[in-house]
Design a protein around this ligand. Structure first.
Ligand SMILES: Cc1ncc(COP(=O)(O)O)c(C=O)c1O
Length: 255
C-alpha cells in the first residue's frame, strides 16, 4: 500500500470518512505501516484512526500512544503465543480516556469497579480501555497470556526486534541468493517497514510447493491466490532453522 493513495482517497472523500481502520502490519504482505503518519493524515481530515494490530502485537514495536492513533485492537494468539480463541487486546488513546460521549458497546465490566455490584441504573464507565471491557475474561487464556507477557517483559521488545531483524534479514538474503524467478518476496525490504514475516509470491499460484514444504516439516501458511507466508519468530526460531527451511524450499523448487 502506498501512502500517496491513502492521501488522494482522503483528499477526494475525507469529509465523508468517519473512520480509518487498517492493519498496522498487513496480514498478507507483512508491510508495517508508519502509524504516526497515517494517524496524522486521518486527523487532518477529521477521521478517527484505529489499527488492527493482530499481526503487529509482539512482532514490532508499536508505540501506540506516540503514534497518536485513537485506538487499536489485536488478538493475542499470534506473536503473543496464547492460542486461538484467546482474549483480545485493546488500546484507547488517553485523550479519549474520560470521554463519556463516545458511543460504546458496554457490559458490566465497563462499569466502575467500586460500584459495579450496587446494581444502580446509572452507568459509570471506567476510564480508558477498561471502559470497553464487556464481561469476565477467560482465566485459562489469561494464564497463557501472562506466561507470554512475562517473557516479553524479561527479554524486552527491543531485544526481540533486534533478533527478529537479523533473522528475517538472513531469511531474505538466503531466498534472494536462490536467484529463482519462480518466487518473489512481496514484503518491503526496508526493515522499518516490516516485522518478521516474509510473504513469498509463487509463480502460477503453485500451491504444491506449499504442500511440499509442509510435508517437509516447515510450518508456513498459504494465502490465496499465490502467497506463502513465513514468519521466523525471534522467541523460538533459530538461524539454523531458517537455513534449513530455505534448503527445503530449494529442494521443492527444483523438484
Ligand atoms: C488481520 C487480522 N485481524 C484480526 C484477526 C483476529 O481476529 P479474531 O480476534 O476475531 O480471531 C486476525 C486473525 O487471523 C487477522 O489476521
Amino acid at each position: 500500500m502506498r501512502y500517496e493513495d491513502l492521501e488522494s482517497i482522503l483528499e477526494a472523500n475525507g469529509n465523508e470518512i468517519a473512520l480509518i481502520m487498517i492493519g498496522g502490519v498487513n496480514y498478507y504482505t507483512g508491510q508495517y505501516f508508519d502509524l504516526k503518519r497515517i494517524a496524522a493524515l486521518g486527523h487532518k481530515y477529521g477521521c478517527m484512526v484505529g489499527f488492527d494490530c493482530a499481526h503487529g502485537a509482539g512482532n514490532v514495536e508499536l508505540n501506540l500512544h506516540d503514534s497518536g492513533a485513537d485506538f487499536a485492537v489485536w488478538c493475542t494468539y499470534k506473536y503473543m503465543n496464547s492460542g486461538p480463541g484467546s482474549l483480545s487486546g485493546c488500546f484507547v488513546h488517553e485523550r479519549h480516556a474520560n470521554n463519556k460521549q463516545l458511543n460504546r458497546f458496554t457490559g458490566w465490566w465497563s462499569h466502575n469497579k467500586e460500584t459495579r455490584f450496587n446494581m444502580r441504573d446509572e452507568f459509570d464507565q471506567l476510564p480508558g480501555a477498561e471502559g470497553w471491557q464487556l464481561s469476565n475474561p477467560p482465566i485459562l487464556s489469561m494464564a497463557a497470556i501472562r506466561a507470554s507477557t512475562d517473557l516479553f517483559n524479561e527479554v524486552g521488545i527491543k531485544a526481540l526486534v533486534k533478533k527478529s531483524r537479523q533473522l528475517t534479514g538472513y531469511f531474505e538474503f538466503l531466498i534472494n541468493a536462490l536467484n529463482n524467478n519462480d518466487i518473489k518476496i512481496i514484503t518491503p525490504s526496508n526493515p522499518n517497514e516490516r516485522g518478521c514475516q516474509l510473504s513469498i509470491q509463487v509463480k502460477n499460484a503453485n500451491k504444491t510447493w506449499h504442500h511440499k514444504l509442509t510435508e517437509a516439516g516447515v510450518i508456513s501458511d498459504w494465502r490465496e491466490p499465490d502467497v506463502i507466508r513465513c514468519a521466523p519468530t525471534p522467541f523460538y526460531n533459530s538461524f539454523e532453522e531458517v537455513y534449513r527451511m530455505v534448503e527445503k524450499l530449494k529442494v521443492v523448487l527444483n523438484d
